[in-house]
Design a protein around this ligand. Structure first.
Ligand SMILES: NC(=O)c1ccc[n+]([C@@H]2O[C@H](COP(=O)([O-])OP(=O)(O)OC[C@H]3O[C@@H](n4cnc5c(N)ncnc54)[C@H](O)[C@@H]3O)[C@@H](O)[C@H]2O)c1
Length: 333
């Protein structure tokens, strides 16, 4: 399978390795800056390099595009290639707003072309283990999840609203939102209440947020998002599930099943190493890419696809609206 990659930054290198690790070929890189373009092409032995997506589309043919550019480029780049019938793996957040996400989903449906959103935690072995075990927890009543950086935060375009759409919520909170939703079996959100602000640095996006999501299966999810926080209760995507029969959590990953008639619990520990050497391991992205390649090969709608990406965008949009109005925001279908 022949790929083009848009962007030659941090995540693009991870995707490039994932393509090669899965036996794919990288035919073109599209990167705005000549030095980054050249360095990336040499490093990954990519034959063609372009400054713009338009020039790439005019000059070369590929089987799929991976989008790893700043968020404001996700929708225009995805729309351009979906219209040409080229499958897309786009980074999270899928777009700047839910409205852009709707256009991307429509373009994918109209052209019958796979659109996948890189909600990578769905491919993580700890997450998959907890999802499988969650049936033992009874009815899940509530979840807690974290998308937080402690004593660190990104710089550059990530911190500019015009280029990123949102701050820590759109960047990190969305990982926690998607992980909770995945573990719950992809329920639909009904309402969102959020308090969001910028307290640690000077920029026009958020660095601190608490979000409460009510799902249509009666579960409530509490999410924390942040950059530069003085503390975090768990690393990216760490999630806890509170069920009628037990408790489960990610990072460290285990479930606890209270023993009837005692104040003790049976702890089931799968033995995953925590903390990991790399919290976001290459093999998670390799599994994500393998799945995308299978979907492209079979012309199948990926999951997480445009629909899942869009639900997350609706929650993020609703959270920002709730934070500015102080009201609970109802999400319409
Ligand atoms: N899933 C994950 O684990 C994960 C991790 C990091 C980033 N991301 C997402 O990936 C995306 C990129 O993040 P990053 O950390 O790689 O950022 P980055 O800044 O390292 O890379 C972005 C690249 O895009 C290039 N670029 C800018 N304008 C361009 C244009 N018009 N055409 C082509 N290239 C252009 C930049 O020069 C840069 O090289 C973001 O949406 C981010 O949220 C996801």
């Amino acid at each position: 399978m022949k790929f083009a990659i848009a962007g030659a930054g941090y995540i693009a290198a991870i995707h490039a390795r994932a393509i090669l690790n899965n036996g794919g070929e990288i035919s073109a890189v599209i990167e705005k800056f000549a030095d980054k373009r050249a360095e990336f092409a040499v490093h990954f032995k990519i034959p063609h390099k372009y400054e713009t997506l338009e020039s790439a589309l005019a000059a070369t043919q590929v089987d799929a595009l991976v989008i790893g550019t700043p968020n404001y480029l996700h929708a225009p780049q995805a729309l351009a290639v979906l219209k040409a019938g080229i499958p897309v793996l786009v980074e999270k957040p899928m777009a700047m707003t839910a409205e852009e996400g709707v256009n991307m989903l429509e373009a994918s449906l109209k052209s019958d072309t796979p659109l996948m959103v890189a909600h990578c935690w769905r491919f993580d072995e700890d997450v998959l283990w907890l999802k499988q075990q969650s049936v033992r927890l009874g009815r899940i009543l509530r979840t807690k999840g974290y998308g937080v950086h402690a004593n660190w935060g990104p710089a550059g375009w990530f911190t500019q609203k015009a280029l990123a759409g949102g701050g820590a919520l759109a960047d990190m909170g969305i990982h926690a939102i998607d992980t909770a939703r995945f573990l719950l079996g992809d329920p639909q959100p009904l309402t969102v209440y959020a308090r969001i602000g910028t307290h640690y640095k000077e920029f026009d996006v958020d660095d601190t947020g608490v979000i409460l999501i009510e799902w249509d299966n009666s579960v409530n999810s509490y999410i924390e998002s942040g950059w530069w926080q003085p503390h975090m209760d768990g690393p990216e995507a760490a999630t806890q599930l509170y069920g009628t029969l037990g408790f489960g959590q990610l990072f460290p990953t285990r479930i606890e099943l209270p023993r009837a008639g005692t104040d003790e619990a049976s702890v089931i520990d799968p033995g995953f190493v925590f903390p990991r050497t790399e919290h976001c391991p290459q093999h998670m992205y390799d599994a994500q890419m393998r799945y995308f390649m299978e979907c492209v090969h079979a012309n199948r709608t990926p999951l997480p696809g445009g629909e899942e990406g869009l639900v997350n965008m609706k929650i993020v949009d609703a959270a920002y609206r709730s934070a500015s109005s102080g009201e609970v925001v109802r999400i319409s279908g």
